[in-house]
Structure formats: C-alpha cells, structure tokens
Write a protein that binds this ligand. Structure first.
Ligand SMILES: [Zn+2]
Length: 146
C-alpha cells in the first residue's frame, strides 16, 4: 500500500482573532496572512498602504495572537490620518513584563518609535486586547465615506 502523503494543512486565523480582522478590513486596512516584505520579521504594518502582513509560520509557532495584535495596534495608531500617534492605552504591568519591554525597546527600536512600540507591547499582552482594539479602531479610524 502506498504511503499517503497529505499536504500540510493550510494555516488559518484563530477564531477569536476574526472579529478584529473583520473590523480592520471594514476600516479599510488590508490584512494578509503572508510573509512580510521586511526581512526576519513575523509581522509588519505599512501605514502608507494600510497593510498588515502576518507570517503564516506564526500559527504553528503559536505566536500569531501577539504578532497580529501588535501590528493591529500599529494600524489603530495610524488612524485617522496615517501619522502614528498613541492610543493612550494605560495598563498596570508586572515589573518583570516592564523590564522585558524595556529590554526589547532598548535593543531593537529607535527613539522615535519607542512610545508607540511600548504601547503595542503593553496592549498585546492584555487579555481584553481584542475588545480594546476594536473599540479604538471604531472611534479613531471610522472612515467617513461620502
Ligand atoms: Zn511594533
């Protein structure tokens, strides 16, 4: 009997992230489950083309949630005019998480992006991040089409 080789299953979005994906698309963003153009990244957001890329490999690696939340936060930060500004999200974080965020920021990001990145890292780790982000997208982006 020949060995049946099944194609690997197509990666799919986790169900709990679908409402956020739907809201982003509704607000005119493109959300692609594709390897980002920037080298060696799992996720990328381009405010100019309003495109989010999430690498399919994040699904088997089980980092799709934080990766997608992180880029979706940048998308919300880019509203309403494409210039990145803070959402104004505040949260209490454990000192160990704070240290981790500071560590990432000091090694990987320039000063201009620090506050925006800090907010993204803070919010992506919150259990209610999807709900917070959907609200932020609705109030900040809210495309006024005529
Ligand atoms: Zn970022």
């Amino acid at each position: 009997m020949p060995l049946l080789v099944l194609p690997p299953p197509q990666p799919a979005w986790p169900k709990d992230l679908l409402p956020l994906r739907t809201e982003l698309i509704r607000q005119g963003f493109h959300v692609l489950l594709k390897t980002p153009p920037a080298a060696a990244t799992y996720g990328q957001f381009d405010p100019r083309t309003r495109t989010i890329w999430i690498a399919p490999v994040t699904i088997p690696l089980e980092i799709v949630r934080t990766t997608f939340l992180h880029e979706a936060i940048h998308a919300a930060q880019s509203c309403p005019h494409g210039r990145m500004t803070l959402l104004g999200f505040k949260a209490k974080v454990l000192p160990v998480v704070e240290m981790e965020i500071n560590g990432i920021l000091s090694t990987r990001y320039g000063h201009a992006n620090r506050a925006l990145e800090r907010e993204a890292f803070l919010l992506q780790s919150q259990p209610n991040a999807v709900a917070v982000l959907i609200r932020a997208l609705r109030s900040r982006c809210n495309l006024k089409r005529t």
